[in-house]
Ligand binder design. Structure first.
Ligand code: DGJ
Length: 728
């Protein structure tokens, strides 16, 4: 039993293979958090400290007992207005205008299998893989109910949380804040690891102490954003890759979010994750309910690598779905950096021919094939092929490409509308904007109001009709601006604050239908690169374009940061031309490959411009990648050296069966006073012998892990070394 309830102590215990999560519905009816950490056997209510908490309020039910204060006790789902002055998970505005909800325990249910969420992505599990706990709390005055949901995936060391807020009273209320998960820690010093960034430089890792202040990170951009990823780690002070305690929180959502971390007056730590309370208010009529998106929690005391692997496994097996989830992903050539808007059907055919000769599986026609789009200032919404560019039409082009022996993929940006488009001329009110104001443009475009059913139907049909018209194997679903001027001509005045969330729900509905009806298509999401790299998008589309920055050196950091929560198989990674288009750097082709080969490999350059010897090298790269693709895409990933801290980066990936190990090292700048880098591999069998497939040299697993491998000296900037080892 992964979930137990002790009737006497009213303690709930959630147990996974290596972790325990515990809470108690106490004598007052409040749900107190007791413990989350390494697996334990007992009940830990003895940890609760009831000292006299002067100046911290005592709930009415505690009478004159000054030792009982919600401001000091660890809460499972803290609510504003009840005397807990720390960050709160819930704020309800009642019909009388007051802001207060005082939820107390009513009942609970334990069931086999994992709960699901309507209209939202979630961790999926078979009946025998998970258990669900639903705890119902109720405000005695308004009868607002909170259904706290816990999904326990025992083997995976994963616990999910979500909340359904149900107005079971008679008067309307408004949900003004609804976080999905809160973790309260009675003691300990923690660091918050977050992944911040910008366009073309996403998911930089930053580790900062949680201190006596409230740290708030999140997004009010309508997407999860390049700026902060909706995934964070709370780590013990001494936690490193290989040891120590760490907790992950990953939001299964693709829009606005908020993470709050604080150390309180008693040095207790609280961290919460969920929807942001900005630009948000959800009115609930009597009988109505609101579902907060899911947060995936995971814990280990074995360091950050193990925590990452727990998330990788969960995403690969319980988030991503469809026929590609466990299938080898194709090597593709993308037309964007090869030609930008300057292409015709012939260009694509040429690219396909070159690609075929190199062993590439698929050609992707990126932006510029529709309407009159020859730059980024028009035509979004007019998803009709431009037959001046694609002479003979799309089917003809796709057939040509198929005849060459390649699959065909295509780019869309279905959530957008250009002011210069037939769609906007016909339906200006389909764009998100505030009546009477000139809306903000970004990349010369507006965002379509996906809260509106006819807009969603239109967007769906545009993509679907193209997919029906030809043999299309892959779609890159792009999204290149954030939401501003939040106004919807469709929603009532009182519902305007729901727009950002309804937008995401609308997007999910379109993606759900599309992916269901076109199961043969591989979908890759993109938002100006990795601006929406989150578990919500991965639920519908099993891979994401990691960044618009294809420079191998920048990618070391971007992919390193991404790897903390997301597996390699979700990361699109392309070899591009030099000097690199984003940063102007020239790096060796071998290094560009070494870095891109740590994800879903693609090429994004004009293959015709490659020199003869470069073509030979690329052909060998692709053959080599295909040989090791299974390991790269589905193996166990270990970070070995970190270019945020050092002049190098390194990682190794161990195949699912443990027989193959791919080790890659990248030296950033060459140095004169050379210090021999020795890197220790991880995840090997210490008693086994591993053979370097290129040189035939044999190493013991113990040698590789404990003594390490010496990186040969290379007198060149941006050089790389890759070793493929076979276990015998
Ligand atoms: C942004 C994407 O990240 C690029 O890869 C490319 O598809 C462009 N959009 C096209 O406009």
């Amino acid at each position: 039993m992964a979930i137990t309830f002790n009737e006497t102590t009213r303690i709930f215990t959630l147990t996974t293979a290596h972790t325990t999560y515990q809470m108690q519905a106490d004598a007052q009816g409040y749900l107190l958090h007791l413990y989350y950490g390494a697996r334990t056997a007992g009940e830990m209510d003895y940890l609760l400290n009831y000292g006299d908490r002067g100046f911290s309020g005592n709930p009415n039910s505690a009478g004159s007992d000054r030792t009982y204060s919600l401001d000091a006790l660890p809460q499972e789902y803290p609510s504003l207005g009840t005397g807990d002055f720390r960050n709160y998970a819930l704020n309800i505005e009642n019909a009388d205008g007051s802001q207060c909800c005082n939820p107390v325990y009513i009942t609970h249910e334990i069931a086999a299998g994992k709960y699901t969420l309507k209209g939202l992505p979630f961790v999926r599990a078979e009946e025998n893989e998970a258990e669900t706990l639903k705890i119902i709390l109720e405000d005695p005055v308004t009868k607002v109910e909170l259904h706290l949901l816990y999904g326990v995936l025992e083997k995976e060391d994963i616990i999910t949380r979500s909340v359904i807020i149900k107005n079971a009273g008679k008067a309307p209320v408004t949900v003004k804040k609804a976080q999905s998960a809160c973790l309260d820690f009675l003691h300990g010093d923690y660091d918050l690891i977050k992944f911040y960034g910008r366009h073309a430089m996403e998911r930089n890792m930053e580790r900062m102490p949680v201190s006596h202040e409230s740290t708030r990170i999140g997004s009010r951009r309508g997407t999860s954003s390049h700026q902060y990823n909706p995934g964070v780690i709370l780590a013990g002070k001494n936690t490193n890759e290989d040891s120590g305690s760490c907790y992950g929180m990953l939001f299964v959502y693709s829009g606005n979010f908020l993470v709050e971390a604080e150390k309180d007056q008693y040095d207790q730590t609280r961290i919460q994750m969920g929807l942001t309370d900005e630009l948000f208010a959800y009115p609930l009529e009597a009988g109505a309910e609101f579902t907060a998106p899911e947060v995936i929690l995971s814990y280990t005391n074995k360091g950050l690598s193990r925590l990452s692997q727990q998330y990788h496994h969960c995403i690969m097996n319980h988030i991503c779905q469809g026929k590609y989830v466990h299938a080898n992903r194709p090597v593709l050539i993308n037309s964007w950096e090869a030609a930008y808007f300057d292409f015709t059907g012939d260009t694509i055919v040429e690219l396909a021919k070159e690609a075929k000769a190199l062993g590439i599986d698929m050609v992707v026609m990126d932006d510029g094939w529709f309407g009159k789009r020859n730059s980024d200032n028009c035509s979004l919404g007019d998803w009709k092929v431009n037959e001046e560019k694609i002479t003979g039409g799309l089917k003809h082009l796709v057939d040509e490409v198929n005849k060459i022996g390649l699959q065909f993929g295509i780019w869309f940006e279905p959530e957008m509308i250009s002011p210069d488009s037939d769609l906007y001329r016909a339906h200006p009110d389909w764009a998100i904007q505030i009546q009477g104001r000139e809306a903000t443009q970004s990349r010369n475009q507006y965002v379509l109001d996906f809260s509106r059913p006819e807009v969603r139907d239109y967007a769906y049909e545009c993509v679907a009709s193209v997919l029906r018209s030809a043999n299309i194997a892959y779609v890159k679903w792009d999204m290149n601006r954030h939401l501003t001027d939040l106004g919807s001509a469709y929603l009532d005045r009182k519902n305007q604050n729901e727009l950002s969330h309804r937008y995401v729900l609308g997007l999910y509905q379109v993606m759900e239908t599309l992916t269901e009806r076109f199961p043969q298509v591989l979908f890759e999401s993109c938002s100006s690169g990795g601006g929406r790299f989150d578990a919500g998008m991965l639920y519908y589309m099993p891979q994401t374009w990691t960044s618009d920055n294809t420079d191998a050196v920048c990618r070391l950091k971007i992919q390193h940061g991404t790897s903390f929560l997301f597996p390699t198989v979700t990361m699109g990674a392309h070899v591009s031309a030099c000097p690199n288009h984003q940063v102007g750097r020239t790096t060796p082709l071998a290094t560009r490959f070494a870095v891109a080969a740590a994800g879903n490999l693609g090429y994004e350059l004009d293959l015709k411009k490659l020199l003869k010897e470069e073509k030979k090298e690329v052909r060998e790269q692709i053959a080599e990648y295909k040989r090791r693709r299974r390991t790269v895409q589905f193996g166990t990933y270990y970070r070995l050296a970190d270019s945020f801290q050092e002049n190098q980066s390194a990682w190794n990936i161990v195949s699912e069966d443990g027989m193959e190990v791919i080790f890659t090292h990248v030296q950033i700048l060459a140095r004169s006073a050379y210090r021999v880098p020795v890197i220790r591999l991880k995840g090997l069998d210490p008693d086994a012998v591993y053979t370097d497939c290129e040189t035939g040299q044999e190493y013991g697993g113990d040698e590789l892990m404990y003594a390490g491998i010496r990186i040969p000296r290379i007198r060149q900037d941006f050089s790389s070394t890759t070793m493929v080892l076979r276990k015998s």
